[in-house]
Design a protein around this ligand. Structure first.
Ligand SMILES: NC(=O)c1ccc[n+]([C@@H]2O[C@H](COP(=O)([O-])OP(=O)(O)OC[C@H]3O[C@@H](n4cnc5c(N)ncnc54)[C@H](O)[C@@H]3O)[C@@H](O)[C@H]2O)c1
Ligand SMILES: O=C(O)C[C@H](O)C(=O)O
Length: 329
């Protein structure tokens, strides 16, 4: 496709909270500043009226880059020819729930959407899953789309990555732009492992600079891993604007490339890297270029990190077992 052609971007759950932030940023050029965009918005039938209202608002912004908007509840129509599918639509958790509690409620959405993408998406499609439990939903969609290369599926851990950068910046007094090579390993859940041992602050190793293992274990890791729950407690509903922002960060870097001197966190299918069981969609440090990601290899993993990566990937293996038993994959 030539760069003058609109990028066709599907968003599911478009009438939801995240959708309300995401659509306006997509349409205003946050994904591709010089490329027209066509939005394909999928919702369940009862939410289509609300979605019509959101489309009126999109119209009213007169966004120069917005080349068209289509809405509907038929996934095969909405996904037809899409270059990017952002799968956001799923029920959020409430207070006291873990994201894994949503497996049976949300899993079935991703079998149907995986099949529809398999049937009608563009050959170059990339699929980013934000709806929770994101890693296992991405696994379900990937397994139900056998003709789409497995590398085209990713689950969102960029929000966790951004949260970790923000916490480290606050601790060290650095700017967020001074922080590089942050990594989130594992599941987008409370078992995730935000890793400071490879992160850098102005080129200096972050764990050494902080020099405070008690803060790292007792403050930094739980604050990042439980941030979603803290926001639910404070706001009464789950993170939305920050989730939309991270969804765009992740898609932009995937499609158009990440910085040469840095890496980002993406949950992608494992080929056994860092002893993460093959076939799980687990978060890794990745670089991106030309629409492809590659896992940063060769990092030394000490016993502390190993135990945390293993705990989170064990949870992912349990989730895979659960959705296998539910007949979703
Ligand atoms: N990975 C992350 O970092 C991250 C961050 C925040 C939220 N989330 C998750 O994103 C999801 C959406 O959150 P939200 O706050 O926007 O929720 P929301 O309830 O406000 O919106 C979800 C929307 O999805 C729609 N939907 C339900 N089933 C659908 C289907 N089959 N097809 C299309 N649309 C469908 C609903 O009608 C609703 O409008 C939740 O699962 C939430 O937990 C993930
Ligand atoms: O925590 C949640 O349930 C929502 C989201 O996954 C988040 O991390 O904010």
């Amino acid at each position: 496709m030539t760069s003058a052609e609109p990028l066709k971007v599907a968003v599911t759950g478009a009438a939801g909270q995240i959708g309300y932030s995401l659509l306006f940023r997509l349409a205003s050029g946050a994904l591709a500043a010089d490329r027209p965009i066509e939005l394909r918005l999928l919702e369940i039938e009862p939410a289509l009226k609300a979605l019509e209202g959101v489309v009126m608002e999109l119209d009213d912004c007169a966004f120069p880059l917005l080349a068209g908007v289509e809405i509907g509840s038929d996934a095969e129509k909405i996904f037809d020819g899409v270059n990017l599918a952002l799968l956001v639509g799923a029920r959020p958790r409430g207070p006291g729930m873990e994201r894994g509690d949503l497996l049976s409620a949300n899993g079935a959405i991703f079998t149907a959407q995986g099949k529809a993408l398999n049937a009608v998406a563009a050959d170059d499609v990339r699929i980013g899953v934000t709806g929770n439990p994101a890693n296992t939903n991405a696994l379900i969609a990937m397994t139900n789309a056998p003709d789409i290369p497995r590398e085209r599926f990713s689950a969102l851990t960029r929000l966790d990555h951004n949260r970790a950068i923000s916490q480290l910046a606050a601790k060290t007094g650095a700017k967020v732009t001074d922080i590089k090579k942050m990594t989130i390993w594992g599941n987008h859940s409370a078992t995730q492992y935000p890793d400071l041992f490879h992160a850098e602050v102005n080129g200096q190793n972050a764990a050494e600079l902080v020099g405070d293992q008690a803060w790292l274990e007792g403050d930094f890791i739980p604050t990042v891993a439980k941030r979603g729950a803290a926001i639910i407690d404070a706001r009464g509903s789950s993170s939305a604007a920050s989730a939309a922002s991270a969804t765009i960060d992740a898609a932009r870097d995937w499609l158009f490339g990440s910085a040469q001197d840095d890496w980002v966190s993406m949950a992608v299918v494992s080929k056994g890297e860092y002893d993460v069981p093959e076939g799980l969609i687990s978060s890794f440090p990745v670089t991106t270029s030309g629409g492809d990601w590659s896992i940063v290899e060769g990092l030394e993993i000490d016993d502390f990190s190993r135990a945390r990566i293993d705990a989170s990937t064990a949870e992912l293996a349990d989730e895979r077992k659960a959705v296998t038993e539910l007949g979703l994959i």
